[in-house]
Design a protein around this ligand. Sequence first.
Ligand code: MN
Length: 407
Amino acid sequence: MKTWLTVPTDSDFSIHNLPFGVFDAGDGQPRAGIAIGDHIVNLAAAAEAGLFGKRRFFKKLFEQPVLNDFIALGKPATNRIRRKVQDWLCLPERPENAAQILVDRRSVRMLLPIRIGDYTDFYSSIEHATNVGKMFRPDNPLLPNWRWLPVGYHGRSSSIVVDGTPIRRPHGQILPKGEEIPVFSATKQLDFELEMAFVIGKDSPLGQPVPVKKAEEYIFGLVLFNDWSARDIQRWEYVPLGPFLGKNFGSSMSPWIVPLEALKPFRVKGPKQSPPPLDYLKTTGARNLDIELEVAVQPENGPETVICRSNTRYLYWSMAQQLAHHTVNGCNLRVGDLLASGTISGPTPDSFGSLLELSWAGQKPIPLADGSTRTFLLDGDTLAIRGWARKDGLRVGFGEVGGTISA
Ligand code: MN
C-alpha cells in the first residue's frame, strides 16, 4: 500500500492504521475523522465529495459529536468506510479534492470520540495483581479466584475524559498510618494506571451470554487508557465493595480508536494459563496483542522521563475472555461501552504500570531527568501514556493519552 500523501516513517498513523476519532477544527462543529500521518481525513467532507455514496446520510452521520451511530452500523459498514478512505489515499496521484478533505492534524482539538455507556475495569495482569497483593497481603499475594476468572469492577463512565484534559487532585478520607480516625485531605498518593481499553461495537441483549469464540465480533477497536488512582483514598475505602472515590474522579482515554482489524498483524499468544480455564473461557489461537507501551512524566518546567516500558502481550486474560466472562451471567453490552484491561505490568521492575509498583508503595523514589524524584505525582506533572505495534516495517500506533495534574 502506497499513499500519495507524505507520511513520516515513524508516524503512529500509517496507511495500515486509519483509526477513527472526532475533531473540532476551530469552528465548534465536531466532525468524524481518520488519522493519517500529520493529517486527518475529514469524513464529513469526504462524504460530501461522494466518497462513500449516500452523501446526505454519511455527511450527517459524520457531523455527529460522537461515533456511536457510525459504530452501530456494524463492522461490514465501518470496514467499508475505512477501505474507501484507504483506496482514496492510495490513488495513483493526489486527487483534486484533497485540499477539501484533508485537515492538518496539529491544528485541531480532539474530542471524546464516543458517548460511553457503561465502563468496566478489569485486573487482568498477573504481574500487577501479584505486586499489589504482595504489598497488601505479603503471605497471600494472589487471591484464589484470580487464575479462574478475569476479576473486574464497574466504574464510572461520565468521568472519562479525552487526552489533554487536566486532572484535579481529589480530596477524600484518608487513614494516616497507625491511626484509627481518618482525616479529610487532598490525596498524597496520586497515581496513574497504564491500561488499554476496548470499545464495544455491537449490542448484545440482556440474558444472552456472548460465547468466547464470538467475542471479537463485539469489539470495534482499542484505545490507550489511564485509570488515575488516589491510593491513600483507595486503601481506606475499598473494603469490602471495591474501588469507589479513589478512582472515579477521572480516567483518560486516547482520542483515536484503532480498529481491531488494523491490529491483525500484531496478534500473539498470551501467557500460558494454569490451571486451564473453565470451558466458557477456553480459547485457541493468538488472542493477545503485541503492543509496546511507555509512560512518561514531565514536571511543570522540566524535561520528560520515561518511567515505564511494558507490553499489552503480558495480559493474562485476553479481551475475548474478559468479554465472555462479562456476559456469561446474561449481562448485556451496548455500543459505546468501554472495557479496560487493568494495569498492564510486565515481569521486570521497569515494566510496572503504576507508581504504586514502580516506587513499591513509596519506598523507592524514581529519579527524573531534572534531578528530582517521584513516588507519586505532584501538581504540575504531566503524565503521558503511548502505545504502538511494529512488525516488518509496519507501524500501527495509538498516539498518546496525557493529562496534567492541578491542585
Ligand atoms: Mn485500573
